[in-house]
Each structure stands twice: as structure tokens, then as C-alpha cells.
Ligand binder design. Structure first.
Ligand SMILES: [Zn+2]
Length: 319
């Protein structure tokens, strides 16, 4: 691998750059109001441009439009728990990377462009092009290659309505040595997908601070962080250091699936911070038998691996 010439499988994959990465796919349903409403409810999106046809915002667009971030929703396949719907349409390059031993995957970048608003009735088709594979890189996750895909979304008249550039890292896990190796004795803690919007949050953890994005215009606090204030749509913001005190709003006890790096049964809590936002968190010293809604908690930082600090909550006033 250290020679100047790329391995044969990589050269063969590179020869397919520019080819369709999967068969073109047309949405099962046109853009429609029920799915827009459902998505807005799930995302906490209240912009009347998407929800209220009589609102000035919707009238300015000559009717309700879909949230631009729903672009990929319309052509997305349904989820099949037994996997029967997914494997046959793997993107070009995935199987080749698996065969070369780069069996793990993480999405690293996603950039979307919206040439126009989508309206109820638009029927989308997506076409994905394989846009390239990088040389081997050594990352914190392990050695791997970045794969790029370019999506184009067109409407029922063939007009371009969206573009998406999607990058994944296919890698050989740093400890473990691939899918067929024996399980490592101490598996690495899974790493988050860090975006330009969330980078400050993870950098804050490295200095043992819990930072919340605060709008610079209306002072609204929001978490998880996004590119825009959900209250006033300003893109200007600063980071507020949270006190770290809160109460458990709700929790689940995870038994399956069991990911390496955690102990099961695993309580995972939604914590209401006293600043007024809610964060998802692991718990420390609070077993599945003892966790309860309303429990007062406070944050604690721990360096789970060298240079990698995570937060969790333990009982406040407890031991
Ligand atoms: Zn705001």
C-alpha cells in the first residue's frame, strides 16, 4: 500500500468515476402536505411558509412550499428492519471498499443546494453519480478512503430542483482489523459525526465546558445546534456555557442493539438543562434500576480516550 501505484481495486474503482452510483429512483409519492406536516412536527419547525396556506409567508410563495431540508426525504426508500430493501442498491464503491477490508463507514460531509422551492405535486427523481475516491488517509477512526457522491434531483418536467454533495469515509477500524477479525478486547468509543454547525460543541467538551448555541439577535437557545436560529432565522450566534445542572425529562433503557464501547442495559436520558434546552446524554452512577423522571442531575466530563472528552450526567446531591 505504500508504493506510488494505487492497488488494483482502487484503480478499477477510479475508472468508474462519473458513472451512475445507483439506478435513478423516482419518489413513491409526490411532494405532499401530510409528509410536510409530519416532518415539521418531528423537527419542531413552525415556519408558516410550510404549514399555513393563509399566512403571508405562504402567500408570498403562492402557496405552501416544502422545507428545503426535506430534499432527500421524497426519494428516500422505506426502512426495512430485515434489510431486504437496502443491499441491492448499495452505492457504487461500497462493496469494493468492503472487499478491500474498509468495512466501517461514517458520513463526513453533506452539502445541499436548492435551485427552487418544492411544492405539493412535484414528483422528484434522484440520480447519483460516483464522483471519486481519495487516496488512503490515516484518520482517528482508522485508515480509509473518502468517497464522494453527487446527487441531482429533478422534477416531473426534468427541471433541476436540488443538488447534494455527499462524502463518506470507508475505513478499517483502528482496532479490530476488519469484519472478520476477532472482537478487540477494548473496542474504541464510537465517534460523533462533527459538522461545521456542531464543531464548537465538541471543542467545548475538550475544555470541559457544555456549550449551547445562542442566537445573537433574539438570544434564543437551541440544541442540537443548526445553521439558523429556529425562532428568528438569524445565522448570527454565540456560545453560552451551560451551568451543567438539569433534571431528567425522560429516558430509555437500551438492551439492543449493543454497540461496542458501552455497557448494557444502558440508560440514555433526555436532560432538561436549567437554561431551558434539552440534551441527550449517558448517565454516570445511575443504573437502569434507579433512573427516574425528574431526577436532579449535573454534568460531568470524562476523557474516555486520550484527547476525546465526553459529557454525562450524574445525580445531583447523590454520590
Ligand atoms: Zn433568533
Amino acid at each position: 500500500m505504500n508504493t506510488a501505484d494505487p492497488p488494483g481495486w482502487l484503480s478499477r474503482l477510479r475508472a468508474q468515476q462519473g458513472a451512475l452510483a445507483a439506478p435513478a429512483r423516482t419518489a413513491a409519492d409526490p411532494v405532499n402536505l401530510p409528509m410536510i406536516r409530519r416532518w415539521c412536527a418531528a423537527m419542531g419547525e413552525r415556519n408558516p411558509a410550510y404549514l399555513d396556506a393563509s399566512s403571508p409567508a405562504a402567500r408570498a410563495n403562492n402557496g405552501i412550499v416544502a422545507p428545503p431540508a426535506m430534499l432527500e426525504v421524497w426519494t428516500m426508500r422505506g426502512f426495512t428492519p430485515d434489510g431486504s430493501g437496502g443491499v441491492a442498491n448499495n452505492l457504487l464503491g461500497i462493496d469494493q471498499m468492503d472487499a478491500a477490508g474498509f468495512t466501517a463507514v461514517v458520513a463526513t460531509n453533506l452539502v445541499q443546494e436548492y435551485p427552487r422551492h418544492l411544492r405539493p405535486g412535484d414528483l422528484l427523481t434522484q440520480a447519483v453519480t460516483f464522483a471519486g475516491v481519495s487516496d488512503q488517509k490515516n484518520t482517528a477512526l482508522g485508515a480509509g478512503h473518502f468517497l464522494d457522491y453527487h446527487y441531482e434531483f429533478t422534477d416531473q418536467r426534468g427541471g433541476l430542483v436540488g443538488r447534494m454533495r455527499f462524502r463518506i469515509l470507508k475505513y478499517r477500524p483502528a482496532r479490530g482489523g476488519g469484519a472478520t477479525a476477532a472482537a478487540p478486547s477494548k473496542p474504541p468509543h464510537p465517534r460523533p459525526a462533527i459538522t461545521p454547525d456542531s464543531a464548537f460543541f465538541w471543542e467545548g467538551l475538550n475544555t470541559r465546558r457544555l456549550l449551547i448555541r445562542q442566537c445573537a439577535k433574539c438570544l434564543h437557545l437551541h440544541h442540537p445546534p443548526g445553521p439558523m436560529c429556529p425562532a428568528c432565522h438569524s445565522c448570527e450566534w454565540s456560545a453560552l456555557q451551560a451551568s451543567g445542572r438539569g433534571t431528567i425529562h425522560s429516558f430509555v433503557i437500551i438492551h439492543q442493539p449493543q454497540l461496542p464501547g458501552f455497557s448494557y442495559p444502558l440508560p440514555v436520558a433526555l436532560v432538561d438543562l436549567e437554561e431551558g434546552v434539552r440534551v441527550v446524554s449517558n448517565l454516570l452512577g445511575i443504573g437502569a434500576d434507579r433512573v427516574r423522571i425528574g431526577m436532579p442531575v449535573e454534568v460531568e466530563f470524562s476523557e474516555v480516550e486520550p484527547g476525546y472528552v465526553l459529557y454525562a450526567f450524574r445525580e445531583r446531591g447523590g454520590t
